[in-house]
Design a protein around this ligand. Structure first.
Ligand SMILES: Nc1ncnc2c1ncn2[C@@H]1O[C@H](COP(=O)(O)OP(=O)(O)O)[C@@H](O)[C@H]1O
Ligand SMILES: [Mg+2]
Length: 511
C-alpha cells in the first residue's frame, strides 16, 4: 500500500500543483499523483505552514497547540513511458490524492542505473546514484562550485571509481592535492558515515604514479619530460621565462633555421650554440633565458612517452605545484596535445583527463589567454569520437570558456554563491529548472545537483564519502574566497621519500 500524504487544491498547471498535507513533508521529497492514467512523479519545491494564529494571539503566547496546516508546492518530473520520460499535458486535478513515491518509482522515473561510477546517494533516500562510465569518457563531465564546497572531493570520488574499473586517468593537478589518493581515508568523522554509503577505506597506491615537470620535486615524483627533439620557434616562445622582443624573435627564428640545415635532430643546446654566433647584440638578453630554460630540465631527448602515462588501471598525476603559471600552461598544452594524438592513433587506451582549476587553462574569451585552451577546446569537441574523456573542475564557472562547459554532458554542481557564476551555470546546464537553480546557493557542503544522467531532471545527490584520503584540506574553506586566491601553502599529504615501493605502478606503497 502506498502512503497517501495529501490532496491537491487550488489552481494547477500540467507542471505544478499545490497540495494540503496531513503529514510533515520536506522540500525535495518525491511524491506522485495518478494522472492521465499514469503515476506522475513530482518533487516538492516548497513547503508552507499555514496557521490562523493572529499576531495578537501569538503575543498572548498562544499558537503552539493551535492546529497548523501544511501546504506544499510540487513540480512534476513525469512518468516513464515506453520511450523514456514523459510529462503530462493536462493540468492536475483538484482533489486528487498525493502519495509518497517509493524507491522503485523513483528509480524507474529517474532512470537510475544500477552500475557504473558510484557517486553518492539520492538526497534523503537510500538509493545509490551511478554515473555511466562510457558517458563520462565520451561526453565529458564538469564539476563547478565555489571554493571549499567539495569539488575536488567529488572529483576524487569519480577518480576512485574509474580506478576501481581500471579506466586510465591523467590528472592536471596544480595544487598537488591528488596524491593523497594513495592513502586510505582514516578521518574519524568520515569513517563513521562509511557504513551508510557502503564503502570501506582504501588507498590506491598501486594505481598511482605522480609526475612533476623537470626539476620541480615533491619527493617520490617521477620527472615529466617534454620532448626536446627539434623544438620549433613556437614551442620555445611558449615557455621562455621573460618577454621577447620582435628582434629577438627574429634571431631565434634564424638560429633554429640554421641548426635545421645542419642537423636532422637538434636539441635546445644546439639552438643556444647557434644563437651565440649571431651578430645582433639582441642575443645577449636572449641566451640567458634559453639557458635558464635548459636548466629547468623541462625538456629531454628522452621524453616521457604517452604510452607510459596512459595504461589500463593507471592514474597519472601531473603535479604542477610550484611551477610558474606560464610553464604549467605550456606543459598542459604539450602533454594534452600528445595524448590526443596518441589516442587518435590508438596507441593508448580510452582514458579520462581531469583538469583542475580549468579556468586557468581554458579561460572564457576576453579573460586572458592560455595556450592550453586550444587543445582543451579540441578535446571537448572531438574527444568523444576517440574515447578521450574530459573532466573540468572550476571554482569560477563564469570564467571558463562556455563552449567547453556546454560540451559536458554530465554536470556536477555544488554550492555556488557568486551571481555571475550561477548565471553561467544556469545557461550551460540543460534541464536545470528555476527551482533547482535557486537551490544552488543553499546546497550544504558535499551535496550536489547532478544533471545529464539518462534523463534531464537534475538530481540532488549526497556525494559519497571518499575511500581514500582527500588532499585539499589545508587550502579549503578558510575565508571561503569568492575570487580565486593563489595559495602555495602546503596542501598536506606530501609523500615521504621513504614510502615503500610496491605494486604495479606505484612509487608509493599502501600505508
Ligand atoms: N562529500 C563530502 N563528504 C564529506 N566531506 C566533504 C565532502 N565534500 C567536501 N567535504 C569537505 O569539504 C572540504 C572542502 O572540499 P574540497 O573538495 O577540497 O573543496 P573545493 O570545492 O575547494 O575543491 C573537504 O576538505 C572535506 O572536508
Ligand atoms: Mg579544490
Amino acid at each position: 500500500m502506498q502512503e497517501r500524504i495529501g490532496t491537491i487544491y487550488g489552481d494547477t498547471t500540467s507542471t505544478v500543483f499545490s497540495f494540503a498535507s496531513h503529514r510533515q513533508v520536506k522540500r525535495l521529497d518525491y511524491v506522485y499523483v495518478e494522472h492521465e492514467g499514469q503515476q506522475v512523479m513530482a518533487q516538492i519545491r516548497e513547503v508552507k505552514r499555514i496557521s490562523n494564529v493572529s499576531l495578537e494571539k501569538a503575543f498572548m503566547g498562544a499558537g503552539a497547540e493551535e492546529e497548523q496546516k501544511i501546504s506544499a508546492i510540487a513540480e512534476a518530473i513525469g512518468y516513464r513511458g515506453r520511450r523514456g520520460l514523459r510529462v503530462p499535458r493536462t493540468p492536475f486535478r483538484q482533489g486528487s490524492p498525493v502519495f509518497l513515491a517509493d524507491e522503485q518509482l523513483v528509480r524507474d522515473v529517474l532512470g537510475l542505473l544500477d552500475d557504473g561510477a558510484y557517486l553518492g546517494l539520492l538526497k534523503d533516500l537510500n538509493i545509490k546514484v551511478f554515473l555511466d562510465i562510457n558517458t563520462l569518457l565520451q561526453k565529458h563531465v564538469s564539476v563547478l562550485a565555489k571554493s571549499g564546497s567539495g569539488k575536488s572531493y567529488a572529483m576524487g570520488v569519480i577518480i576512485e571509481e574509474l580506478m576501481e574499473k581500471k579506466v586510465p586517468v591523467v590528472i592536471v593537478d596544480p595544487h598537488g592535492e591528488y596524491v593523497s589518493l594513495v592513502h586510505p581515508n582514516l578521518e574519524s568523522n568520515e569513517l563513521e558515515v562509511m557504513k551508510r554509503f557502503g564503502v570501506k577505506p582504501r588507498g590506491y597506491g598501486e594505481h598511482i604514479v605522480q609526475y612533476a615537470p623537470g626539476q620541480s620535486h615533491h619527493g617520490g615524483d617521477v620527472p615529466l619530460y617534454l620532448d626536446e627533439v627539434n623544438l620549433g620557434l613556437g614551442d620555445l616562445l611558449d615557455v621562455l621565462p621573460g618577454r621577447i622582443t620582435g628582434v629577438q624573435k627574429g634571431i631565434l627564428y634564424q638560429a633554429i633555421k640554421e641548426v635545421k640545415t645542419r642537423k636532422r635532430v637538434y636539441l635546445l643546446r644546439d639552438v643556444i650554440e647557434e644563437l651565440k654566433t649571431a651578430k645582433s647584440s639582441a642575443k645577449w638578453n636572449l641566451i640567458p633565458q634559453l639557458e635558464e630554460l635548459a636548466d629547468m630540465g623541462l625538456f629531454s631527448a628522452d621524453a616521457t612517452p604517452m604510452e607510459s602515462l596512459v595504461q589500463k588501471g593507471k592514474c597519472s598525476i601531473l603535479n604542477l605545484r610550484g611551477v610558474p603559471l606560464h610553464i604549467q600552461d605550456a606543459v598542459v598544452s604539450h602533454v594534452l596535445t600528445k595524448l590526443f594524438e596518441a589516442r587518435k592513433a590508438n596507441q593508448i587506451p580510452p582514458f579520462m583527463v581531469v583538469v583542475e582549476e580549468s579556468h586557468r587553462y581554458v579561460p572564457e574569451r576576453g579573460q586572458g589567454g592560455a595556450i592550453s585552451a586550444d587543445i582543451i577546446r579540441t578535446v571537448a569537441s572531438e574527444g568523444r569520437k576517440f574515447g578521450m574523456g574530459l573532466a573540468v573542475v572550476s571554482q569560477r564557472p563564469a570564467r571558463i570558456e562556455k563552449n567547453v562547459v556546454s560540451q559536458c554532458n554530465t554536470q556536477i554542481i555544488l554550492k555556488t554563491t557568486n551571481p555571475n557564476d550561477i548565471k553561467a551555470i544556469v545557461s550551460s546546464v540543460e534541464g536545470l529548472t528555476q527551482s533547482a537553480a535557486d537551490e544552488i546557493q543553499r546546497l550544504p557542503i558535499g551535496m550536489a545537483i547532478v544533471s545529464g544522467l539518462p534523463i534531464n531532471a537534475p538530481l540532488f545527490v549526497e556525494v559519497r564519502v571518499r575511500r581514500s584520503s582527500h588532499g585539499g584540506k589545508a587550502t579549503a574553506v578558510v575565508g571561503e574566497p569568492e575570487e580565486e586566491v593563489e595559495t602555495e601553502e602546503d596542501t598536506g599529504d606530501e609523500v615521504s621519500e621513504e614510502a615503500p615501493r610496491r605494486g604495479l605502478f606505484s612509487r608509493f606503497g599502501r600505508q
